[in-house]
Design a protein around this ligand. Structure first.
Ligand code: GLU
Length: 284
């Protein structure tokens, strides 16, 4: 097994210090293992993705000293692949249509009889408004779809687990066994309005098709990993090793955001900093 990892930015803003750290950690791990580092463009959200952001991201990564095989995988070219994965889950009776907006979900989850709304990896946990009693049949419809979490978990032949070589936000490491996913995660969206697929569905297809053996990414995605491992099992894919790294925060402890131009790599470059200076800034 050749160590294969990836850095998968969404071209919706500049590369900042937090992204650079993630890319450098993944690239360094691949180099140390004599493996491969891929750049992948997560441009599923075509309305927010821009070619000039992608060009800037590539330029910044090259400047940092990173290289990767070309051509790169881009999500916007893979909608038929995601549709094929949805088809498998649909045929197994694990999906159902749901047209609820985020506002509908917040309102339903905040209804007085529901108590305080619970939050999962995707925000407020879906209260199940559209979940049918029996799985829908017929051809896969071209509408937003959710995974019936209880049904999906019941379809597994063995319990879920994955190997974590970094750490989750509460220090979780080693063999992680996800629990209580019906209550803590709920029926996640797998086909989103206008996008055709959701991040969760796209990322598992992409990692599987690129032969990714090690997913290296920030701790902010640790809670989403259980969803990815579940989808891999339902779709007959190998589960890679996960390595979640700590997040780069500003002086006040806040996570860096894409809009935070002060920490954009381009800003450091314009100020005359070197790639080695940036490695030092993120503690590498
Ligand atoms: N495009 C995602 C992000 O920027 C990638 C997440 C992942 O590495 O799975 O957060």
């Amino acid at each position: 097994m050749i160590f294969t990892t990836r850095f998968a930015p969404s071209p919706t803003g500049p590369l900042h210090l937090g992204h650079a750290y993630s890319a450098l950690v993944a690239h360094d791990m691949a180099r140390a293992a004599g493996g491969t580092f891929h750049l992948r463009i997560d441009d599923l959200d075509q309305a927010r993705s821009r070619p000039d952001w992608e060009a800037q991201i590539r330029d910044d990564l090259h400047w940092l000293g990173l290289s990767w095989p070309e051509p790169v995988m881009r999500q916007s070219e893979r909608l038929p692949r995601y549709r094929a994965a949805l088809e498998v889950l649909w045929q197994r009776g694990l999906l159902y249509p749901c047209g609820c907006s985020r506002a509908d979900i917040r309102a339903a989850a905040a209804a007085p009889q529901e108590g305080a709304p619970l939050h999962g990896p995707d925000g407020v946990i879906y209260p199940g408004t559209c979940r049918p009693v029996t799985p829908p049949t017929g051809p896969l419809p071209d509408v937003p779809l959710r995974l019936d979490m209880a049904r999906a978990l019941a379809a597994l032949a063995a319990p879920l687990s994955f190997r974590e070589t970094g750490a989750g936000p509460a220090g979780e490491t080693g063999t992680i066994v996800p629990r209580d996913m019906v209550a803590r995660v709920g029926d996640v969206a797998l086909a989103r309005p206008a996008l055709g697929a959701s991040y969760h569905l796209a990322v598992v297809c992409d990692d599987a098709d690129q032969g990714v053996t090690h997913v290296v990414r920030g701790q902010d995605l640790f809670e989403a990993t259980q969803i990815h491992v579940l989808l891999q099992r339902l779709l007959g894919m190998e589960t890679p090793v996960y390595h979640h790294h700590g997040l780069i925060r500003d002086e006040t402890g806040k996570r860096l955001a894409k809009r935070d131009d002060a920490r954009a790599i381009a800003t450091y470059r314009a100020a005359g900093q070197s790639p080695a200076d940036l490695r030092g800034l993120v503690g590498l």
